[in-house]
Design a protein around this ligand. Structure first.
Ligand SMILES: Cc1cc2nc3c(=O)[nH]c(=O)nc-3n(C[C@H](O)[C@H](O)[C@H](O)COP(=O)(O)OP(=O)(O)OC[C@H]3O[C@@H](n4cnc5c(N)ncnc54)[C@H](O)[C@@H]3O)c2cc1C
Length: 417
């Protein structure tokens, strides 16, 4: 079975960007880079792009957005393509993983890193401070925050959105609302469910997924996809209960019996899940304190681990990798040499055609069209009638400049590490 990418990263927050960059940016001159696709539902940056997120210590503070602008530059510089869409399914078992989006696109890869954070983001970032409010920083702030909110009347209504753990907060909100201005409140619980009515029969709890927030200048309404169809609701404000997602993430990805997309993922220190070839990093993983720095460091580990896994699958040996990780293996002859450029390899471009042409010269311009990871070296030779020696020399030049990688028929793969 063929595959489109060595590695697919699901989720474009700091963990996903770090994993993508690390797997693609291999420092050793003779390391073979990975082909990487990043898939994001909303915009690149995840929660770290939101106002108020700082990479911080007591005596220094860097705005999340500032770091992200550099990370985004790396994505461009390394030619990492981004596909915008919501991943709904990942097939975890088997040599080749399939990553399927809600738009019906199917991408195939040797490995996947899941970095979906605690929530699928839509366009929240456009309405922060313009009618969209969030709970964060733990439960201790919730009472005073909601009390203050509910002392004012919200016309036509206030909408409160959260994961199923929002249930914890509903009795308190109702009580505070009765004691306050008595606004109309609708709760949106983001979970899979087959009815649109409230669990307590009051009719004000809607089970469904927020599709978008809308309004010119400020927030005027919200669209929710319920089991009965799309529901557009006018509102004066939305309180997004982030605490609930911190307790129970809702990433809406199905991996069959492996992962439902509504729990934290267990990983080891190399960010490897229990399924070979599936890695995870950042807020979606179990047991850590959610933070920008953890997401970046986990993402780097996941990117390097995925690289190592892929290298073993493709070339059956330990990669030559610049990373401070003790790795004990017997040095074999040829370590630090490029793998043999033989017939089973299918060269794939990782740079723009123009850049490749500049290296090869105009006479070899035709080659760029053939670097698609689908034609073997033999097929290129027979199609174009060039000599094996010349072609190999050209490919080696591109490989050393990290402008191409190789795909390989999966049936020829070596067993995993
Ligand atoms: C209000 C707020 C303030 C914060 N302030 C700070 C702070 O000051 N300092 C700090 O260190 N941390 C802060 N944090 C936490 C920090 O932002 C997160 O820990 C960090 O962003 C986690 O990174 P991540 O990549 O794991 O996940 P995220 O940043 O959540 O990124 C995950 C991405 O995956 C995408 N995604 C999810 N599901 C899918 C899917 N099915 N298909 C496609 N894409 C999908 C999402 O849309 C999102 O873009 C704050 C968080 C919040 C909410």
């Amino acid at each position: 079975m063929n595959y489109d990418w060595d590695l697919i990263i699901v989720g474009g927050g700091p963990a996903g960007i770090s994993a993508a960059v690390r797997a693609r940016w291999v420092k050793r001159d003779r390391a073979v880079p990975c082909s990487v696709l990043l898939i994001e539902n909303s915009s690149i940056g995840g929660l770290a792009a939101w106002q108020g997120c700082f990479f911080t210590g007591p005596s220094w503070k860097i705005e999340g957005k500032e770091i992200l602008s550099r990370m985004k530059k790396d994505i461009l510089k390394l030619n990492i393509p981004v596909h915008y869409g919501r991943v709904t399914r990942i097939t975890g078992r088997g040599d080749v993983k399939e990553v399927i989006t809600s738009g019906g696109k199917v991408f195939r890869s040797l490995a996947v890193v899941i970095t979906t954070g605690i929530k699928v983001l839509v366009n929240e970032i456009d309405y922060l401070g313009k009618g969209l409010m969030v709970t964060s920083m733990g439960y201790e702030f919730i009472v005073s925050r909601t009390k203050e909110l509910l002392s004012r009347r919200w016309e036509p209504r206030l909408v409160i959105v959260g994961s199923p753990k929002l249930m914890n907060l509903i009795p308190l909100i109702r009580e505070l609302n009765r004691a306050g201005a008595g606004s109309d409140i609708a709760f949106v619980m983001e979970e899979e469910g087959d009815d649109g009515e409230g669990k307590d029969g009051s009719g004000e709890i809607i089970r469904g997924w927020v599709e978008s927030y809308w309004g010119d200048g400020g927030l005027k309404g919200i669209s929710v996809l319920t089991p009965e169809g799309r529901r557009d609701m006018l509102c004066a404000g939305v309180l997004l209960d982030f605490n609930s997602y911190e307790l129970l993430p809702t990433c809406r990805i199905n991996m069959g019996d492996i992962w439902s997309g509504s729990s934290f993922i267990e990983v080891n220190r190399d960010m490897q899940t229990s399924v070979p070839g599936i890695f995870a990093a950042g807020d979606v993983t179990a047991g850590g304190y959610n933070s920008f720095s953890r997401a970046v460091s986990d993402g780097i580990s996941a990117g390097l681990s995925a690289y190592r896994y892929i290298y073993h699958r493709k070339f059956g040996r330990e990669p030559c990798l610049f990373a401070y990780r003790p790795t004990d293996f017997c040095l074999y002859k040829g370590f630090r040499e490029l793998p043999a450029l033989d017939d089973g390899l299918k060269p794939m471009a990782l740079s723009g055609n123009k850049e490749i042409e500049e290296i090869l010269g105009k006479a070899w311009g035709w080659l760029t069209e053939m670097l698609n990871g689908r034609m073997s070296i033999n097929e290129i030779i027979s199609e174009k009638g060039v000599s094996r020696g010349e072609l190999t020399e050209m490919l080696k030049r591109l490989l050393l400049k990290k402008m191409i990688t190789f795909h390989i028929e999966v049936r020829e793969c070596f067993p995993p590490m």
